[in-house]
Design a protein around this ligand. Structure first.
Ligand SMILES: Cc1ncc(C[n+]2csc(CCOP(=O)(O)OP(=O)(O)O)c2C)c(N)n1
Ligand SMILES: [Mg+2]
Length: 324
């Protein structure tokens, strides 16, 4: 276990992972009832990835996300009630209902935005990393992108620029084995996405994305490098998503019991619970007290979203363009 993790840190990590899981499981239910407009891509199954990294970020570090962004938002400290209201398109949402699931952004906590453009995040993270470098205060940027996004030209250009300019940016590829319905073995040219790092002159590593501790350690190393001026890194998390590509996906491209087996054998939260209750001074009661808090939070978030007003017609032209 990384030396720097205290019991408090581990409880916080559990709280974040479980909040993400409960948020996503509830959105799955509410979406099916028809309450949530637009497209929704759920992050359940991948919680250790966002959490092991998010908890090491400072408020002034910047995070760029993708279409599967709820977990990244929660791990960066975006408030859950506002996120839920945003999914419902309500005026009280994080972006006043104008972003929806795929465009939640909260610059106050360094969340530059979920992003509907596959491969849109890496160039944004380079911009934020350039700003951090110029400020000279040890800040960094991190971008979460999928295996599909790892094949985009924008991603390659961003990795090249990051290396040429030695930017404090970390490219995290969440390789969940699929881009929509296409398995990565049909679309990714190498066994491990981390092998591509060498071509861009940066260190690259593949870790088990279900293992919170492995995620934490790999990012600790990469962020130390970034903060001390030693440039970019690439980290690949091998992990799995527990729902379809989007809500409504019938997942006919997956094996019959694939998801069931993953939920049983590859759940990052189950794994984390078993480690911290066996090897650390944490009890089941402490964890279930956190579960209770989260259940209340998610109920309140849904009620808040449902009871919030829609944006007015007069809101149509606000928050659309920034006035410089
Ligand atoms: C530029 C662009 N091309 C295609 C799409 C359609 N699209 C949305 S998500 C997706 C797959 C992305 O896969 P991956 O990067 O592996 O992320 P995952 O959904 O697995 O988390 C595609 C092709 C898009 N949104 N933007
Ligand atoms: Mg993928």
């Amino acid at each position: 276990m990384p030396q720097s993790l205290s019991v408090e840190d581990l409880l916080d990590a559990y709280r974040t992972m479980k909040t993400i899981r409960e948020f996503e499981d509830r959105v799955h239910i509410e979406f099916a009832k028809g309450g949530i407009p637009g497209f929704v891509h759920l992050y359940a199954g991948e919680e250790a990835s966002a959490t092991g990294i998010g908890m090491q970020l400072r408020d002034d570090d910047r995070l760029a996300s993708n279409h599967r962004g709820h977990g990244h938002c929660i791990a960066k400290g975006v408030e859950v009630k506002g996120m839920m209201a945003e999914l419902y398109g309500k005026k009280t949402g994080t972006c006043h209902g104008k972003g929806g699931s795929m465009h939640i952004a909260d610059l106050d906590v360094g969340m530059m935005g979920a992003n509907g453009i596959v491969g849109g995040g890496p160039p944004l993270a380079c911009g934020a990393a350039l700003a951090a470098k110029r400020k000279g205060a040890g800040g960094l940027a991190v971008v979460f992108a999928g295996d599909g996004a790892s094949n985009q030209g924008t991603t390659f250009e961003a990795m090249n620029l990051a290396s040429v300019w030695q930017l404090p940016v970390i490219f995290v590829f969440e390789n969940n084995g699929y881009a929509e319905a296409t398995a990565s073995k049909f679309s990714v040219s190498c066994e491990n996405i981390s092998e591509r790092a060498a071509g861009f002159g940066m260190p690259g590593v593949t870790v088990n994305g279900h293992d919170f501790f492995a995620v934490y350690s790999a990012f600790q190393e990469a962020s130390d490098r970034a903060r001390s001026g030693d440039g970019p890194s690439l980290i690949e998390h091998k992990l799995d998503r527990f729902y379809g590509h989007f809500e409504g996906d019938n997942q006919s491209y997956r094996g019959k019991d694939e998801v069931k087996t993953l939920r049983e054998n590859a759940c990052c939260i189950k794994r984390f619970k078993s480690i911290v209750t066996t090897d650390h001074d944490i009890s089941d009661q402490q964890l279930s007290a956190i579960d209770d808090e989260i259940a209340v939070l998610i109920d309140e978030a849904v009620a808040y979203a449902e009871n919030s007003p829609n944006p007015d017609e007069s809101d149509l032209m606000t928050d659309v363009y920034i006035k410089y």
